[in-house]
Ligand binder design. Sequence first.
Ligand code: C2E
Ligand code: CA
Length: 732
Amino acid sequence: MLAAFVLSAASVAMLGATHYYSSIKVDNAAREHAERVVANGLEQFADEIGKSSVDQTYWDEAVLYGSNRIDPKWVSDAFGRVFWEIDGFEGSILFDHRDAAVFASARGHDEAPNHYSQVIRAAKPLIASIRDRERKRGRVDVSKLVRGSQLEPITAHAIIRDEDAIFFLGASLVQPDSKAVPADRPASILVILERMDKTVTDQIGGRFLLNRPQLRLGSNPPAMGGGQAVIRDPLGRQIAAFEFDTPMPGTQLSHRLWPALALFALALLAATAWIIRAGRAMAGSLVASEARATHLAFHDQLTGLPNRARLNEGFAQLASSARRTGKQFAVMCIDLDLFKAVNDNFGHLAGDELIRLVASTIQRNCRPDDFLARIGGDEFILLQSDSSVSRASALAERVIAAIAEPVELKVGRAFIGASIGLVIVDGSPIDAQEALRRADLAMYAAKQAGRNGYAFFKPSFDRAVRHRMTMQTHLHDALASGELELVYQPQVDFAGTVIGVEALARWDSAALGRVPPAAFVQVAEETGLIDALGMFTIRRAFEDSGRWPDLRVAINVSAVQLRTGDFVDRLNALAAEVGIDPRRFELEITERVLLGDDPATVAGLNRLRALGFRIVLDDFGTGYSSLGYLQRYPIDKVKIDRTFVARVGIEPQAEAVVVAIVRLAKALGMEVLAEGVETEAQRVCLNVAGCSDVQGYLTGKPVAASEIDALIAGRSPNAQDGGDVGEDRLSA
Ligand code: C2E
Ligand code: CA
């Protein structure tokens, strides 16, 4: 910026300097020209005077009366008065053939011949030059003369100094113009004087348009800026100078140009200033846009909070200050519960609004030196500086309580919650990635322990993760090697008659031992193996169903699997391949499937139903249980969850709820079945509440297909050894 300014200032200065320099050059050239012209002019002036004298000397009478002999009367008239009266020349001197002054006239009056003694002396070179040319001319042969033409006038001129006066001298040789025969000796020479007085200088000045012309005697250099025509005597000595004010066109032009130039300079400087400002502004906006880009790169657009990239920096800062001060800090992974439901039910705008509100809610509960980042859809990381287990717990509790408050969105009220995983970082070296991984694991633990809670990271979480990873590998192999089996749990009616079975997967792993389905189903869902597991179960259940043509067969379908695009088509193809009647099959889905009102899910369920499959809502009463689901979705049957059943007979409200569910389901044309029925008391209560179909250990544990065969045949072949899970019995 400064450089640009200096550059343009330098340009202005250079322009000014160039302008000044050229105006001086122009002035000098003009002065030199004027000086030359004036010098020539002075010469010419002197020459003219010389030539003026020729009128009187180139004449027969002049030969007869002014040269061959000197007639004083004639000389006085023709060589004296006439010049004063007609031409205004100051005086004249006549030199005879010996170069002696024989006559002088001053201002029209005859004077003594040596009146101009100084001039006479100074005129010697002039006289000599005329004599020289007279000699070269030679004798005059008058017989050849025709008046006015033949003889070359012989003249000379000079400027001389006489004391304080400068004179122009014009000299001419007396010569005949016709018949007068000159004496046989040198002729007379007439010298006319003109004093260079003010009249003459003014006259010269007027002729050459000079300002303030003046004569200065001596050989001083000219005054500053003035022009000077040097005047030399015939011997070449500087005797005076004709001075004048030179025209100085450069200066004049420059004076005229200066305002324009100044304006131009101002404009240039202003333009530079403007360019600099614009440049600054541009640079400023560049910086700003770079800052914006940087901000965007490191901040979440929705909340303006730092994002994952920036989080690493925040972590590094806290870690280094923790190392310096020896204080601990906490890493909290905050994950919203039920956020997806809000997003799906109310739309993305409401979801965005909710996230913004949650962000500011969390921020309100933090101290300024805590660090909050948003690293995913509904996932925040909070770094609590100067932390401890108790401080982190207190903060987690505050945040959970604040988030659990109903949120007023533009579209309505929303209820969400938060699960928080915590890691306390002390002096031990742990990088951000590892700390976040641990906080994330702790958050999952908190979620699994029930929502709206927090959990500190424990090394066992790591083991659980490692265990899950091992399980994934083994499950993959198990699906291929046939390690997985299906068992079936009977469903009975009021009379104890088996009306159906629920297919349940069993995995007796050679490496891991018996793995609970809840565990491997979750791993399968998390690792993408659920599709293979699901198709295995369905195929096997389809195949086994042929053994019990009168029973309905219930198959659990994972929400994850149901959402895979072509599930319905593949199920349909498989049904055709195995040759089953879909009407005998119940697909058990959980409320998780319905969360979010996904239109594709609803369409899928409708298609399944259209194919003949029955849709059963499993685990009803556990999750987010909304009776509204029953109305909105194509559901044929509701399974009351065993956590409810367990409370029946103990809590009066549980029974009231069961009654309500049964009434509503039946009113909507749905069947109801209670699962996890373990006692006769429960069964009686359920019966009273209107739910007579049950499934549970009371009426039969999950058993191998062969045992269902026996059951139907009215006997239980493994009754003694407990079969698959033992204790199989029927209440009927
Ligand atoms: P679920 O669908 O709710 O299945 C019922 C679970 O309750 C079964 O556990 C069953 O053994 C257990 N159960 C039955 N009667 C009683 C009772 O009277 N008392 C108690 N305490 N439990 C009873 P299981 O077999 O361990 O299955 C757990 C979950 O794993 C199932 O819950 C189901 O959601 C899932 N699952 C099992 N097999 C499959 C499968 O093949 N595919 C899918 N997608 N999920 C499966
Ligand atoms: Ca089930």
